[in-house]
Ligand binder design. Structure first.
Ligand code: PEP
Length: 254
């Protein structure tokens, strides 16, 4: 069995509803005209645009993801959206533990672990984000940090559950800064993640888990990153807001 390649566009808190609709339509049109590959393309707009994104992308092969989900199905959690609410409208993917959520909203590995469990129970694929700060890398603590996030955020899952996970390695110093990790730096961490998974589960499971790279991916660096043996695509922030750039990144998936 071959590993699934994925390019996902995280639109963050950008694009009002009409702007989201316009970008969805633009991406849908160019993907239809220009992309013949087998990789999955996932659009991750804000919550308001999710129902229409599901509708506009139905039957196109493009998928819809959410940026966050609460782990409880329902309850007195003002301002939150549950994984079961996302499931009810047909959302297929969901980010968990993006560094902006960890940094600004206090999301811990434990909170992430609960979200992942809930999403998998409901058949939504979690895109679990991990990454180190510049300080951690400079002090050679990046491997330890990555291991801790994976162990605490994912290793409570059994084998069957874990097989549903997608991992996105996003060095925090590379997110939105224009400073991408080099292909070698990214490959080194991706190979390390695969080793951790093989040790915890099996070689086979490890070989089948998609591991995406994120952090200032652009059309100019996507090909060299995606050619690395353990990099299975990308999680794209800024460049996913420009249809042309996003499609050029999608086309770098071989
Ligand atoms: C992100 O937010 O997940 C991201 C990778 O952003 P950017 O591509 O803008 O660095």
């Amino acid at each position: 069995m071959k590993r699934q390649k994925i390019v996902a566009g995280n639109w963050k808190m950008y694009k009002k509803l009409d702007e989201s609709h316009a970008l969805i339509a633009e991406v849908r049109g160019i993907v239809r005209d220009e992309y013949r590959g087998e990789g999955k393309v996932v659009l991750i707009p804000n919550f308001l645009a999710l129902p229409s994104a599901v509708r506009l992308l139905e039957g196109t092969g493009l998928c819809v993801g959410a940026q966050n989900a609460h782990s409880e199905d329902q309850g007195a959690f003002t301002g939150e959206i549950s994984a079961s609410m996302l499931q009810a409208i047909g959302v297929q993917y969901c980010l968990v533990g993006h560094s902006e959520r960890r940094q600004y909203f206090g999301e811990t590995n434990e909170i992430c672990a609960n979200k992942v469990k809930s999403l998998i129970r409901l058949g939504i694929k979690p895109i679990f984000c991990i990454g180190e700060t510049l300080d951690q890398r400079q002090n050679k603590r990046h491997f330890r940090e990555i291991e801790e996030q994976i162990v605490q955020g994912l290793f409570h899952l059994d084998r069957k559950e874990f097989a549903q996970v997608i991992i996105a390695y996003e060095p925090i110093w590379a997110i939105g800064t224009g400073l991408s990790a080099s292909s070698d730096q990214a490959q080194e961490i991706h190979a390390y993640i695969r080793k951790l998974i093989a040790n915890q589960y099996t070689e086979e499971i490890s070989s089948l888990i998609p591991i995406l790279y994120g952090g200032s991916v652009k059309p100019e660096n996507a090909t060299s990153l995606f050619l690395q043996p353990d990099i299975d695509g990308g999680l794209i922030g800024g460049a996913s807001l420009r249809a042309r750039d996003f499609i050029d990144i999608v086309k770098a998936m071989r």
